[in-house]
Design a protein around this ligand. Structure first.
Ligand code: ADP
Ligand code: ASP
Ligand code: MG
Length: 422
C-alpha cells in the first residue's frame, strides 16, 4: 500500500463528465489498495472568469486590500471543483471528503496573489486516510497567520500537490494534465515536439523558470528540496487503463543522473512572452550606476531578469534590463521620475513586444559551441538578438515577439529535438 497524491489541472476538471472520469480513475487507484490524496485545480476558465469580474469593477493595482479580495474570490474556483470531485467519488461508492486550504490548514505568508507555503498540518488528512477515505485538498490556496485566504500564483495547484506530497512523505506525486508528459517544447507550438521519458530536476527547474507552463516553478523547487518522486502524465487516457501501465507513463522527474537518462546536449526549449525590456540611455559610465538604477527598481519590489550594459562611448553608456510586463509601466514611471534626473541620463526607452527564448540542457556543461549554434540558427532565420543571458545549463535570448514561434521551431529543428537522443 502506498500513499499517492494525484493533481488534476483545469482542463482535466473541465466538466462534470471529466470530473466523473477523474473520480473513476482515483477510485481505481484507491481500490488497488493505495491511500489517495487528490489536489484539483478550478474547472478550466474559472479562475480567469473570476479575476475578469474583479477587473470589470476595478483594474488591478499593487494594493494589499485589493489583492486580498482577489484571493478570496479566486480561491472559490478550487473550492467548487474539490467539492464536486468529492461528490463524484461518493457517487462511485468511495468515502471521500474535501477540504479548503484553510481547513487543512495549509499555512502561507501574506503575499496575496503570490503567497508561499510555509507549513502544512497533515493530521486531519492522515486521520481521514486511516479511516479509509479519499481526501481532496483544494489546489492553489492557503491561509495566512491572520486567517485570510491566500493564493499561490497562477498555476499554483501544482505547488499545492507537491507540497502536500512532501508534507505527507507520499510515495509519489502524479501531476495529471492535458498533455501526456513533459515535451522538448510546448507541443502546441511545435507539433514535432517529443515527449521526454525522464527529465532531470535541474532541467525541469530551468524550463519552468524560463516559461514552460507545464509545471509551476515552485512545485519543482519543492520536489527538489524534499525529493518528492514526481511524474507528469495525461488525464485523457481511458480511466480504466491498466494501473501498472499508467504508473509508468508520462515523464518522470529524476534527481540523479543515471545511465538510462537521455543524453541530449539540449533537452528542451522554453519561451516566455511575459517580459518587457527597458533601457536607460546615455548614462554616465562611472561606479554605482547599476546600483542606482536597479536599487531603485528593487526598492519598488520589481523583479529584474536579463541585464546588459554596453561598453561606453564618450563616457556614456546604455543600460538595459527586463521586467515582468505587468511591472513595465510602473518601472518606466519610476525611472523617469526619480532615476533619470538623479543620474543625469538622457532618456528611458522601452519595448513590451519582446519575448525570451531559451535552450536548456545539462549536457551544455560539458559541450562547447552550443550557444554559437543557437546564434547561427537565429541569424539564418534573420532574427535579431537584442539581449543574451547564459548560465551553466541554459542560454536565453531576447528577441522581437513576432519571431517567437519561428525561433522556437528553427531551434527545435537545428538541435534535432524531434529525434530521440543517442
Ligand atoms: P493544467 O491545467 O493541467 O495545470 P497547464 O495548461 O497549466 O495544465 O499545463 C499544460 C500545458 O503546458 C500543455 O497543454 C502545454 O501546452 C503547455 N506546455 C508548455 N511547455 C510544455 C512542455 N515543454 N511540455 C509539455 N507541455 C508544455
Ligand atoms: N486555478 C489556478 C489557475 O488557473 C491554479 C491552477 O490551475 O493551478 O492559475
Ligand atoms: Mg498548470
Amino acid at each position: 500500500m502506498a500513499l499517492i497524491v494525484h493533481k488534476y489541472g483545469g482542463t482535466s476538471m473541465g466538466s462534470t463528465e471529466r470530473i466523473r472520469n477523474v473520480a473513476r480513475r482515483v477510485a481505481k487507484w484507491a481500490r488497488a489498495g493505495h491511500q489517495m490524496v487528490v489536489v484539483p485545480s478550478a474547472m478550466s476558465g474559472e479562475t480567469n472568469r473570476l479575476l475578469g469580474l474583479a477587473k470589470e469593477l476595478a483594474p488591478s493595482k499593487a494594493d494589499t486590500a485589493y489583492n486580498r479580495e482577489l484571493d478570496m474570490l479566486a480561491a472559490t474556483g478550487e473550492q467548487a471543483s474539490s467539492a464536486l470531485l468529492a461528490i463524484a467519488l461518493q457517487a462511485e461508492g468511495m468515502e471521500s471528503v474535501s477540504y479548503a486550504g484553510w481547513q487543512v490548514p495549509i499555512r502561507t505568508n501574506s503575499a496575496y496573489t503570490k503567497a508561499r507555503i510555509e507549513s502544512i498540518d497533515d493530521q486531519k488528512v492522515r486521520a481521514d486516510l486511516t479511516a479509509g477515505k479519499v481526501v481532496i485538498v483544494t489546489g492553489f490556496q492557503g491561509v495566512d497567520d491572520a486567517g485570510h485566504i491566500t493564493t499561490l500564483g497562477r498555476g499554483g495547484s501544482d505547488t499545492s500537490a507537491v507540497a502536500v506530497a512532501a508534507a505527507m512523505k507520499a510515495d509519489e506525486c502524479l501531476i495529471y494534465t492535458d498533455v501526456d508528459g513533459v515535451y522538448t517544447t510546448d507541443p502546441r507550438v511545435v507539433p514535432e515536439a517529443r515527449r521526454l521519458q525522464t527529465v532531470s530536476f535541474e532541467e525541469m527547474l530551468e524550463m519552468a523558470s524560463l516559461g514552460s507552463k507545464v509545471l509551476q516553478i515552485r512545485s519543482v523547487e519543492f520536489a527538489g528540496k524534499y525529493k518528492v518522486p514526481m511524474r507528469v502524465l495525461s488525464s485523457f487516457t481511458p480511466w480504466d487503463i491498466n494501473i501498472d501501465e499508467e504508473a509508468k507513463s508520462g515523464t518522470l522527474i529524476t534527481f540523479e543522473e543515471d545511465e538510462k537518462m537521455e543524453q541530449a546536449v539540449v533537452s528542451g526549449i522554453a519561451f516566455n512572452r511575459d517580459e518587457a525590456k527597458i533601457s536607460v540611455l546615455g548614462v554616465p559610465d562611472k561606479p554605482g550606476i547599476a546600483y542606482q538604477i536597479l536599487g531603485a527598481v528593487a526598492d519598488a519590489n520589481i523583479e529584474v531578469d536579463v541585464i546588459i550594459q554596453n561598453v561606453s562611448k564618450d563616457g556614456k553608456t546604455d543600460f538595459s534590463f527586463t521586467v515582468h510586463r505587468n511591472d513595465y509601466a510602473r518601472t518606466i514611471d519610476l525611472l523617469k521620475d526619480k532615476v533619470v534626473p538623479a543620474l543625469g541620463a538622457q532618456e528611458v526607452a522601452g519595448d513590451a513586444k519582446i519575448c525570451k527564448v531559451s535552450i536548456v540542457g545539462i549536457g551544455m556543461r560539458s559541450h562547447v559551441g552550443i550557444a554559437s549554434k543557437m546564434f547561427r540558427c537565429l541569424s539564418e532565420e534573420g532574427i535579431n538578438i537584442q539581449m543574451i543571458s547564459t548560465s551553466e545549463i541554459k542560454t536565453s535570448v531576447v528577441i522581437d515577439e513576432k519571431y517567437m514561434e519561428l525561433a522556437v521551431r528553427a531551434l527545435h529543428r537545428v538541435f534535432e529535438l524531434d529525434q530521440p537522443a543517442a
